[in-house]
Design a protein around this ligand. Structure first.
Ligand SMILES: [Fe+2]
Length: 194
């Protein structure tokens, strides 16, 4: 646990420095992604049993274990686990966002807004161990996970502060506020679990 905390703190220190030096740029977020891939490569620090997925009757499809977050809610790192799969609609983040694989697979599809006010898929990437994706604040993606997984999600600002994220409601053809913070669990050392 102590080794995990040290490794996470070291990665987040580097990530703060990357953002300072490179800014919120494509190259900057890709450098953050690469630093998180390095952290996730320390596999012994993240035993799957430390991050159990929700029970089937829990009412949420995944848990987000908070591994890091600054006092001002910047630089938030979560381990997301799911056992039965989950998916999201197309959404942005309003801050930079990085997803890095650890166990299982998370399909990331990327989109652009089209002239009709909807979205058009422009790319996709299967995130799994050793890989990741990096997004700028306005970038659009949707994820789909089949079966079990544990992946790392890192954001420039904590999820509970992202109250202006948008998602595309395909059935209605409209954009709505994406307020998807269910299932966050405290996993930082020295803080009470919730
Ligand atoms: Fe996302």
């Amino acid at each position: 646990m102590e080794q995990r905390s040290t490794a996470v703190a070291s990665a987040m220190d580097d990530i703060r420095n990357i953002e300072t030096e490179m800014g919120v740029t494509r190259a900057g977020v890709e450098a953050i992604r690469d630093r998180l891939i390095e952290l996730a490569g320390q596999r012994d620090l993240f035993p799957l049993e430390d991050f159990p997925a929700p029970d089937p009757d829990a009412g949420v499809s995944s848990h987000m274990y908070r591994l890091a977050q600054d006092d001002d809610d910047r630089f938030a790192l979560y381990a997301q686990t799911t056992s039965g799969g989950t998916s999201t609609p197309v959404h942005n983040h309003t801050t930079w966002a990085v997803v890095v694989g650890f166990d299982g697979q998370e399909l990331n599809r990327f989109y652009e807004r089209n002239a009709d006010g909807g979205v058009t898929q422009v790319d996709e990437h299967m995130v799994e161990a050793g890989t990741g994706v990096a997004m700028l604040p306005d970038d659009l993606h949707a994820i789909r996970i089949d079966g079990g997984s544990l992946n790392f999600h890192c954001y420039g600002l904590a999820l509970e502060r992202l109250d202006q994220r948008e998602y595309y409601n395909e059935a209605e053809g409209t954009w709505k506020i994406f307020n998807n913070i269910d299932g966050i669990k405290e996993a930082r050392t020295g803080l009470q679990a919730c």
